[in-house]
Design a protein around this ligand. Structure first.
Ligand SMILES: C[S@@+](CC[C@H](N)C(=O)[O-])C[C@H]1O[C@@H](n2cnc3c(N)ncnc32)[C@H](O)[C@@H]1O
Length: 485
């Protein structure tokens, strides 16, 4: 039974690798993959919405050639290879092995797969695959965000991996991390694990247990980061990540793969000599992620939508889900800036006050007009009623967590706008020295100290913002300033 659960849930729809309009692709690039909802009914009858054949992502052939070129630097030859999520067995092309085993959960792909003469494909969930001790565990494993992985499956898989690895995994990690762990378990004592996975695993807190596990064994690691997108229409920063279990120097090396497929050594995870920004807890000043009310389409309206739905300004509060329309030189979100770059520009800028007990008739009518299908989001389903989100306090500073160069846009919030989505708030109990803090933040070269999620898009994590804010508090203290008290 447990395995049946595994089979269903492990089929995934990787949207970050699908063809999307550039804008949607950018929005999706970090978080990447289509939603998989699973139910008991779906266990016996796969849902048509899966559209598996269209959404399966294949690894481009030049990447496979490069993959084997890279693994050759660690081993000339493999006796046995396990391909986890084999698809059409394309990883079997060009590999120096005696025996190849591909495990693939999608029946359709298995039917058309071309296993090599020295190998086979097994239609199964790789977590059910009993054999172990492979010379190499390889592949391009599936990617799905933690809230798209069915809880029961996750609990069971995490329990198993934790038991076998003696680690405490973060349940917010991505599905590919489970495959990575499985590869470490299924490979022989001196085996190699080589995967095409997002580069972010080298720094994300949710993958910390995996990194610590590798460090605990002192295995050597090499991470080859692609400078260019390798999946069509997708900008997620990908890597070939290799763990060499035969080496115990505990060395981590980083490389770039240029668009011409040359390998260039890098100093470290990030471009800065100081490395990646630390992750720290909240201090006296802290960052808070933008509100996720349930769906920006429903909860944040443009001026036109507000008027068309007969909502008065009492039904809404100003909000900013993105700072994209605001010029980089802008320092304050004043009334006139808000009017020009949000209200008149047709941006989403009004957050409906659906959390309140007292709602106007117009607001109730608007909420009733929202189709049930549109509110099938994780957040809406976990709110009672579906529209009663928990409001955030008004931030003193607005911080756009995603950026393309140097650092995020940072605005002093003089109109009491709410931070939504990727726009975060900077908060403190006391009134902040706003200009000083803003100047400080604007001088931080975030670009050099974060791991790029995509070639152009960089993203700060909220705990990294906290580290910067804590450093500011430390500096204020040193200068004997009030804001540190
Ligand atoms: C990103 S695709 C890669 C396919 C192929 N290896 C390639 O590189 O083109 C990941 C594959 O993993 C398969 N998969 C997902 N969950 C699985 C599981 N639990 N066991 C086996 N295969 C799985 C998917 O069906 C999909 O074919």
């Amino acid at each position: 039974m447990a395995c049946l659960f595994l089979e269903r849930i492990c089929i995934h729809l990787p949207s970050h690798k699908s063809k999307l309009s550039p804008r949607i692709a950018v929005a999706n690039q970090v978080f990447g993959y289509l939603f998989l909802r699973w139910s008991c009914a779906a266990m016996t009858q796969p849902r048509t919405a899966y559209e598996l054949s269209e959404s399966q992502v294949t690894t481009p052939k030049p990447v496979i050639s490069l993959f084997w070129r890279l693994t050759k630097q660690y081993r000339d030859h493999f006796t046995s290879v396990l391909d986890m999520g084999a698809g059409d067995c394309r990883f079997s092309t060009g590999g120096p092995f005696d025996r190849y085993v591909g495990v693939e959960i999608d029946r359709k792909r298995v039917a058309t797969a071309k296993p090599p003469a020295k190998g086979k494909i097994i239609h199964s969930c790789v977590f059910r695959h009993a054999a172990a001790d492979y010379d190499a565990c390889i592949g391009n494993p599936p990617y799905a965000r933690h809230h798209d992985i069915q809880t029961a499956w996750k609990e069971r898989t995490v329990a198993r991996l934790e038991r076998e690895m003696d680690v405490s995994l973060n349940k917010r990690c991505n599905l590919y991390i489970y495959f990575f762990c499985l590869g470490l378990l299924k490979s022989s004592q001196e085996g190699l694990v080589a995967l095409v996975i997002p580069y972010e695993w080298v720094s994300r807190p949710s993958a910390a247990a995996l990194r610590e596990y590798i460090q605990r064994h002192c295995w050597n690691v090499a991470v080859y980061r692609f400078q260019m997108p390798i999946f069509e229409g997708v900008m997620t920063t990908a890597s070939v990540s290799i763990v060499d279990k035969a080496r115990a120097e505990g060395r981590w090396n980083y490389y770039d793969i240029t668009p011409g497929y040359d390998v260039v050594k890098r100093e470290g995870i990030a471009d800065s000599r100081q490395g990646v920004l630390d992750y720290e807890k909240r201090g006296k000043i802290w960052g808070l992620r933008g509100l996720s009310p349930g769906s920006q389409k429903i909860f944040t309206l443009t001026e036109g939508e507000r008027v068309r739905n007969g909502l008065s300004k009492r039904d809404v509060v100003p909000c900013v889900p993105t700072l994209r329309s605001v010029p980089r030189v802008q320092r304050t979100l004043s009334r006139s800036t808000f009017e020009k770059h949000f209200v008149k520009a047709g941006q989403r800028c009004w957050l409906i006050r659906s959390y309140g007990e007292k709602r106007s008739d117009s607001l109730n009518a608007y909420l009733e007009s929202v189709p049930a299908k549109a509110r099938q989001t994780y957040t809406c389903k976990n709110q009672t009623p579906w529209f009663k989100y928990f409001p955030h306090p008004v931030p003193q500073i607005l911080f756009s967590s995603g950026f393309t160069e140097f650092g995020p846009k940072i605005l002093i919030n003089s109109i009491g706008a709410r931070a939504v989505g990727s726009v975060w708030g900077v908060h403190a109990v006391n009134k902040l020295p706003l200009r000083r803090l803003q100047t400080y933040l604007l001088k931080v070269n975030f670009e050099k100290q974060v791991v790029a999620h995509a070639k152009t898009l960089k993203k700060v994590e909220v705990k990294q913002l906290n580290a910067v804010l804590n450093a500011f508090v430390g500096r204020e203290r040193k200068n004997g300033r009030k804001s540190s008290r």
